[in-house]
Design a protein around this ligand. Structure first.
Ligand SMILES: Cc1cc2nc3c(=O)[nH]c(=O)nc-3n(C[C@H](O)[C@H](O)[C@H](O)COP(=O)(O)O)c2cc1C
Ligand SMILES: Nc1ncnc2c1ncn2[C@@H]1O[C@H](COP(=O)(O)OP(=O)(O)OP(=O)(O)O)[C@@H](O)[C@H]1O
Length: 143
């Protein structure tokens, strides 16, 4: 087996998430997804959907073999347990690949870091970001 790890918030699911997870699944044979805990989503508004519910929905998606709730303090704990061959970063994720690679090496984790491809975010017919879904709700369902 060639385990691959994908990760993210996955708040309100949309086809961009499915695209990322399909792309990540093709990088190996067994896809593990780490769901960021709400308390660790500090670079944008925290998710609306509770942690366990986000994990449950991601686990139900076809490309996904296992979905894990992330560690509260140390993001390398689940990685050490899964021991992936590849970590697939999303096309827009803010993580610095070199720093991440260095931190992995320091812990003796030998794995490749790859970037997944984007699914057209600017398509006017689709809502391919959680933030855009929330904006649409606020526009259309509030007075
Ligand atoms: C390799 C890796 C492992 C991660 N593991 C965890 C974890 O164990 N717990 C957690 O809360 N978040 C984890 N995260 C997610 C980050 O905390 C961050 O919130 C996440 O990148 C949000 O992604 P998004 O903005 O794409 O939704 C991990 C991220 C990376 C890159
Ligand atoms: N349109 C898209 N195409 C490809 N990947 C995507 C797309 N939207 C999200 N992803 C990927 O899905 C993963 C989880 O994304 P996240 O939960 O941050 O959703 P988001 O829709 O980008 O959220 P937000 O709108 O709040 O930034 C990330 O790796 C991200 O790169």
């Amino acid at each position: 087996m060639t385990p691959v790890v994908a990760q993210g918030t996955f708040d309100l699911l949309h086809p961009g998430h499915v695209h990322y997870l399909r792309d990540a699944a093709e990088m190996g044979e067994e896809l593990h997804v780490i769901i960021a805990r709400s308390e660790n989503v500090t670079h944008k508004a925290p998710p609306v959907v509770p942690d366990q519910q986000r994990r449950e929905m991601v686990a139900a998606l076809k490309p996904v073999d296992e979905a894990h709730l992330g560690h509260p303090e140390d993001i390398f704990v689940p990685i050490e347990r899964i021991d992936p061959d590849v970590i697939a970063l999303g096309y827009d994720q803010h993580h610095d690949e070199e720093r991440l690679q260095a931190a992995l090496s320091e812990r003796g984790i030998d794995c490749e870091i790859r970037r997944a491809s984007p699914l057209d975010r600017d398509d006017p017919e689709r809502l391919l970001s959680t933030g855009r879904i929330i904006d649409r709700i606020l526009e259309e369902r509030t007075d």
